[in-house]
Design a protein around this ligand. Sequence first.
Ligand code: ADP
Ligand code: MG
Length: 634
Amino acid sequence: MGRINQLDRSVYNRISAGEVVENPASVVKELVENAIDAGSTEIEVSIEYGGIKSIIVSDNGCGMEEDDLELCVLPHTTSKIATADDLETVSTLGFRGEALASICAVSKTTIRSKYAQSEDGANYIAVEGGEVIEIGKCNLQKGTSIEVASLFFNTPARFRFLKTPKGEENAVTKLMGELILANPDIAISYVVDGETVFATDGDGLDSAVCIVLGSDVYDCMVGVKISERGYTINGFASRAASAGIKANKNNEIFIINGRIVSDTTMQAVVANAYGGRLMRRTYPSVVLDIVMPFDEVDVNVHPNKKEVRFSDTKLIYGLVYNAVKEALEEDEEYQRKTLVNMLSTSESVEKPSETTSNEYVNPFDSDSDNFSPSNEYANLSDGQKDIYVPEAPVIPTSSRKSANTIKIDIPNWFNYDEDGELTTAAPGDLYFYDSEKELEDERRAAIGYRIVGQFFETYIMVEVGDSVLMIDQHAAHERMLFDKFIEEIKNKVIVQELLFPTEVTVTENQARFFRNHLEEFRKMGFEMETGEEKVIVKTVPVVLTKMDVTEFIQSVDADDKIESVTDVSVFHDKVAQTACKSAIKGGDKLNEAQLEAFIEDYIKSNVPIQCPHGRPTLIKFSKRDIEKMFGRIV
Ligand code: ADP
Ligand code: MG
């Protein structure tokens, strides 16, 4: 960094001013950002008594010269800009030159600094309530260490506005988490009352996310990646129905060009990308590191720089939406494929070798060769991708049953009678398994799946290879019906004529909305007429006959921005409700045949992991998980 200068009033007045010191967290933020601007690779932060008693921030950055140490505590002094023109290209986190002065004015601050480029030792300056108390030499190997003690000791009004020490501590902890995520390449440690809360090595976003959000959240996140038109987005988004879904938005973190920003539109865009995967009032854990051209984002909007303004909102929000949605879809696609493979095939069974002429043909091998959703998906155009629903292989019941027997590569010297029963074996080598384990492995691989049974009259347990699945019969069935209904309504809808056309009173806006979308509604099975402030419904799709027509019509949001009626959320809600009403309930006892039929349907319909309300339809435990629970392995 260059030398510190005092900003000219004309420059200073162009910067949005405002009080930067509100609480310990704002002090920590300013000090850490200064350390980052100084090129530090290691930063240590420690606070006592919520930061009210003391805050110490030490770094290994460039340090300050003796003269600059005296200057930096004065108002409007900065080394980061000099003229108004510099404002256009500023890339440092700070540039207003007011933080240190404001902090020094309301605390007892000591700054110690060793200027990296000089042979001289380190210097310090002590300031109390804005008055310089002492200047001198001190011991410090490198960088800068700033201690802010007794915050607001001379401004009782502001002191009274502080929260409890625990409350202030929580705010600092939240901020430190954000700073670590925004600066994953810097080793940052954070200590509260002598105890380390976070400590990173500066080795990238992965470990930063793991440390800040915790490994339980990190483990259920999928990678988000997109790069387009000079914008790159990198990060993570939690899977639906996982430990990463929270009751508040604290884990939604957006970093733009290295700064944490808060942006409610961005939060809404992310929620939209999750769509029906989220239950009401739940929020995902998302960390998005966005790098974009500096001149397309304005950070000079608010003095604490958390809000930003984009020049191309459509582009940025569109990219975020697509990146998150695609990451979730790809992951689900992958999970679905794995699940379908697990349930429907025994791919690990080796095909009979070509030299043997036995007649056994594994019915699944041919199916599974054709079934490759990922290839199929990759070949689609973008428009098609949006509506792509992979088809599961159709498994004939009879063949699947036969897979429930042990399949061994049968040498061709065995003789069979007409019924296919083994009669005599030709002399020669018989195949022996080397070990019990080999036999067991082979047998397990040969078994497709086994329904263990229903429990609590609500869940179905299925053993598949090395896992057990617990399927929520209601959630799974609801999801199957929901998909079927949506499919039906979008394609060929069967219409039910109402005995008496239903007249519904609506607002003028709603009437206009229905009028504009009459044809679309008709295709979906709703034949209607519209008046000034009323709608007369004559038919409904058969799948929705159970719903309350009046309530449905009145709850449709007349939003002019909506292009396609099938995207209307209330419509989805209604279909979901109907699916919910028609589905098998928790508490419905299923007999063996019903269970068989249900699970078979479940596999074929390629059910997503969530029900329409966002709850999981299935939970999987691996044998390993269970062995861990029983302490057989650690
Ligand atoms: P700004 O960051 O807006 O320039 P500050 O009041 O935060 O204003 O800091 C004033 C100046 O003090 C900075 O421009 C910088 O030159 C110097 N400075 C502050 N903290 C550090 C640090 N940790 N290491 C080196 N220089 C620093
Ligand atoms: Mg600063």
